[in-house]
Each structure stands twice: as structure tokens, then as C-alpha cells.
Design a binder for this molecule. Structure first.
Ligand SMILES: [Zn+2]
Length: 347
């Protein structure tokens, strides 16, 4: 099933089926349903008796196989969580799953499968999700397949960070943009499908409806509250002590249930810092708008230069947070920078 804000894109798919490009890059911010669209599109492409409303019928043999995740002509390239990527020297701090990549062997294994005829004699679909999980070697292997596409194969590449893909790979794909839905569309969908999702979480994830609903269902509101409490508790915060507390926090049940790991936590603090910088520059908070007063009080202690330096620090921290050499040191570094910028402590 597609989401309400995807109807025009769905129409484009269905109307364009006779001449559909063999590689679509579904690009747009995370948490708004690109994956669902790719799955619905794959089901539609493989369905042998499409319904009058242009969706997969859900009843034919092909649809039943898709639903059972056993259709031989639906192939997936997704990060191999069990494979040793050699990318995560820590490997124990919860960041492993996210650092996992799509391995080149997975792409190589596709080639012989795609060179024989489709099992059902129709189309075949390869979903690559997320496409940015391919390193350059893997992407080059896939590129060879895209350059000489086997007949009837449609590649659906899903990416929240399309600029991280090899330009050569991007150029072989037809890009379909998935912009973030409007606040009204998000509110309406959440009200109907996930009532009780707090607006605070919608704001925290930048307006991404699926991400907000998911986070809400996993107890994200409590985690957000704690984060806000800790970040507004200064002055007097000891960044090293807080880093120790947060390390234990990330290992705790609540954080694990919500999938809150170091990279995600750094992302949340970065958004807090982004709001501080925005306020300091005369703007309005985007990620924590309900905390406007607390943010303004903190921003008032910062110089514009401090606010911008802290903002830039966090962009750099965010970049390395997926693969920290030492997660405790990184957490300390992050909090020392934050506390120094807001004048609340640190050496
Ligand atoms: Zn069907």
C-alpha cells in the first residue's frame, strides 16, 4: 500500500509502466515511505492480475509469493548485518548494524541469477536499500549490471543520501524525488494511522511521519524527555560525568528498544545545537519548538561565533559518529564541546 502523499508518484509509475526505465533512484529524506513505495512498486510489477485500481491484486500466485517474501523474481540487496564489513573496529557498541554494508559478493551473486530467464516469464525486480550502503567497489559492480541491464529487470534504488552515490551510478538511474510531505498531510496520516504520536517526536525527526510513528511506538518520547532534561540542566553539567551516564543510557533497555545508538544520539544533540544556532541568529527552533524558552535562555549565553562554531563541530561529529573509534571518548568530546559553547562547564 502506498501512502497518501505518494499518489501522484504512484500514478506516474502505473502510467509509465510500458516504458518504465530499468533503474529508478527513489531519493528523498528518510522516514517518509520510500521503502513502502518500492515494495508496493515491486509487488505491482510482479503481479499477474493487477486490480482495477492499479495496485497489485494481492491474490494471484505472484502476489502470494511476494507477501511470503519468497518470489524468485524479487531480489533484494540490503546490508548484510551478519557479514564482517571490517568497518567497525568497536563492533560492540550498537553501531554495528547501521555500519553494515551491501557487500560486493551480494552484487556478484546477482549476475548469474539475472542472466537466466525470469522464473515466471515476466519482469524481475531488484530492490537496493539503502543504495548508499554500497561502497565504491560494490557500486561499480552494480553499475556494470545497470549499463547492460538484463531484459525485463527493474532496479529500484532507495536512498536518503543520493549525493553519496557514485555519480556514474546516479547517471544510470532515473531519479524520482520523494520530498517530505506537508505538515498537514503528516498530521492527517498520523491522526488516522498512528494516533497518539506526539508532535514533539514529529519535530525531532524533521517532520518524517513514518520515523515519528516508529519512534513513538518504541518509547521515543521518554528518551527525548531525558535528552531535553539533560541538555537544559546546565549550568553545572559535568560533561565527562554526563558522557558516562549517557553511555549507560544507550546500553539500557529503553534506548535499545528505540534503536537509540550513538549516531542517533549525536544526531539529536546536533538538532538541539542547530536550534540554538538558529535562535542566536534570530530564527526559530525547528526540531524542539516546544522548548523555545529553554533554548532561548541557553542561546542567550552564547556568542554568535560560539553558536556557529558549535554547529560546525556537530556537523563534523555527526560524520564520524557512525564509525567511532571509541564511543565513550566521542561522547565526552561531544559534551565538552557543547558545554564549552553554552558556557556551562568543561575544561
Ligand atoms: Zn497479483
Amino acid at each position: 500500500m502506498i501512502l497518501p502523499w505518494q499518489q501522484a508518484t504512484w500514478r506516474r509509475l502505473v502510467d509509465g509502466l510500458p516504458t518504465l526505465h530499468h533503474a529508478l533512484l527513489l531519493a528523498g529524506p528518510a522516514g517518509q515511505g520510500k521503502r513502502q513505495f518500492a515494495e508496493a512498486a515491486a509487488a505491482r510489477l510482479l503481479c499477474e492480475a493487477p486490480g482495477v485500481r492499479d495496485f497489485a491484486c494481492g491474490k494471484c500466485e505472484a502476489c502470494q509469493w511476494v507477501q511470503a517474501d519468497s518470489h524468485p523474481d524479487l531480489l533484494r540487496l540490503v546490508p548484510d548485518l551478519d557479514g564482517d564489513t571490517g568497518e567497525d573496529p568497536e563492533g560492540k557498541d550498537g553501531g554495528k548494524a547501521k555500519s553494515a554494508q551491501i557487500r560486493i559478493e551480494q552484487v556478484r551473486a546477482l549476475t548469474p541469477i539475472l542472466t537466466v530467464t525470469a522464473h515466471r516469464g515476466g519482469r524481475r525486480v531488484v530492490i537496493v536499500d539503502p543504495a548508499e550502503a554500497m561502497n565504491p567497489f560494490t557500486a561499480n559492480a552494480l553499475l556494470k549490471l545497470l549499463e547492460e541491464p538484463p531484459a525485463g529487470v527493474v532496479f529500484l534504488l532507495v536512498s536518503a543520501r543520493p549525493m553519496r552515490l557514485l555519480p556514474t551510478l546516479r547517471s544510470r538511474c532515473q531519479r524520482w524525488d520523494f520530498p517530505m510531505p506537508s505538515a498537514e498531510a503528516v498530521a492527517g496520516w498520523l491522526r488516522d494511522s498512528h494516533p497518539g504520536t506526539p508532535q514533539e517526536l514529529v519535530d525531532l525527526v524533521g517532520g518524517a511521519p513514518l520515523a515519528a510513528a516508529d519512534l513513538s511506538g518504541r518509547g521515543g518520547q521518554g528518551l527525548r524527555s531525558r535528552l531535553v532534561a539533560d541538555l537544559t540542566a546546565r549550568p553545572g553539567v559535568d560533561p565527562v560525568r554526563l558522557a558516562g551516564q549517557w553511555e549507560a543510557w544507550l546500553r539500557g533497555k529503553e534506548a535499545q528498544a528505540a534503536g537509540l545508538d550513538l549516531a542517533m544520539l549525536v544526531g539529536w544533540v546536533q538538532r538541539w545545537v542547530t536550534d540554538l544556532a538558529a535562535l542566536r541568529l534570530g530564527g526559530i527552533p525547528r526540531y524542539f519548538p516546544d522548548q523555545g524558552r529553554a533554548l532561548a535562555a541557553i542561546a542567550g549565553t552564547m556568542t554568535v561565533a560560539d553558536a556557529l562554531a558549535c554547529y560546525n563541530d556537530f556537523i563534523a561529529l555527526r560524520r564520524v559518529s557512525q564509525h567511532p573509534l571509541n564511543s565513550r571518548l566521542m561522547m565526552e568530546d561531544m559534551l565538552i564541546r557543547y558545554c564549552r559553547a553554552v558556557g556551562g562547564g568543561g575544561p
